[in-house]
Design a protein around this ligand. Sequence first.
Ligand SMILES: *Cc1c(COP(=O)(O)O)cnc(C)c1O
Length: 425
Amino acid sequence: MKEQKLGTKCVQAGYTPGNGEPRQVPIIQSTTFKYDTSEDMGKLFDLEASGYFYTRLQNPTNDHVASKIAALEGGTAAMLTSSGQAANFFALFNICEAGSHIVASSSIYGGTFNLIAVTMAKMGIESTFVSPDCTDEELEAAFKDNTRAVFGETIANPALTVFDIERFAEAAHAHGVPLIVDNTFPTPVNCRPIEWGADIVTHSTTKYMDGHGVAVGGAIVDSGKFDWMAHAEKFPGLTTPDESYHGIVYAEKFGQGGAFITKATSQLMRDFGCIQSPQNAFYLNLGLESLHVRMPRHVENGQAVAEFLQKHPKVTAVHYPGLKSDPYYKRAQKYMGNGGCGVVSFELAGGRKAAEAFMKKLKLAAIETHVADARTCCLNPATSTHRQMTDEQLAAAGIPAGLVRMSCGLEDKEDLIADLAQALE
Ligand SMILES: *Cc1c(COP(=O)(O)O)cnc(C)c1O
């Protein structure tokens, strides 16, 4: 059969029941699995046979859902994690250790910025942040001999900048290291970073993939395209024997397509244990089944809301890569021809006070620390997530006090606009 289209994969990939088996992905709510002999189980521990023994390492429900996400991104292997934070940590820590260095886009999710700049620094992993719009010289200067990965977000949360995947992939590869892209906001429905040269793709599945605000989760997908052996001295964890796992050399035993995820599972998941519960993987799969139907509606609503706000006299600026006037419009067209996501941010003339008063008046859009949900929600960073900062500090961080981040849900756009109109009045 020829390669299936994306919508078909959203609905069907990852799980094909046999004769008389459950049609829906079964929730295997079991911590452990039973074997007839110790030899049978021993083969699993030696990674000589594939199978299940303990859910911290692998669970069939999670594996079905992970392989659906691998199919959607066009990767060779994938794993689920307990959260997006865990996914980004594992993706980086799988190839970095004390003494390594990361080049990262400065325009990324705040949690990921903290992870790299503060927590991983405590582990002895250095980082250099570069603007997603930096010059070639600035990008080149960011690399060091100990650089082991480049990291960016397709559409950054909350700045809504668009990452030039192809350019950063070329720079990473010129230095013999992989590009890791967090593709949470566009999802594979709107952008597949692997097609543009990304080597590893991560997700906070908490957002659009789940799409209903039900379960926190994450995923890592390997493109299978990065040749670890060609840069063996940089990635000893993949190319030399793992003494904590019977001396296995992951890149030899599992090849280019399987080494990264197998190592992350058998080492990092074993030691850190950030598993997604099978119940949450089941919820995630329900979200994935309609992802290709939902994303165009999020984009349609985001675009309509952005265009409405742009014309409104009380709104001083609108940030949305789907607007022709947006500095990222061209790049968004290149990477996401069908649109990016439903998140729009905008600034109100009256600053913090105006934002607070406006949000109080909204009837449909709820105030939440969340995005990418079926229900429209909004947030004013100055009075919530960033409330400890003064207006001056906020301006320095590129977050005006009057900025509102709005995540357009799946409602009818006429109702969303009417809600905004009455609140702005
Ligand atoms: C939310 C988010 C994360 C963190 O994911 P959690 O599931 O909340 O841990 C990482 N990256 C991006 C782009 C996000 O939006």
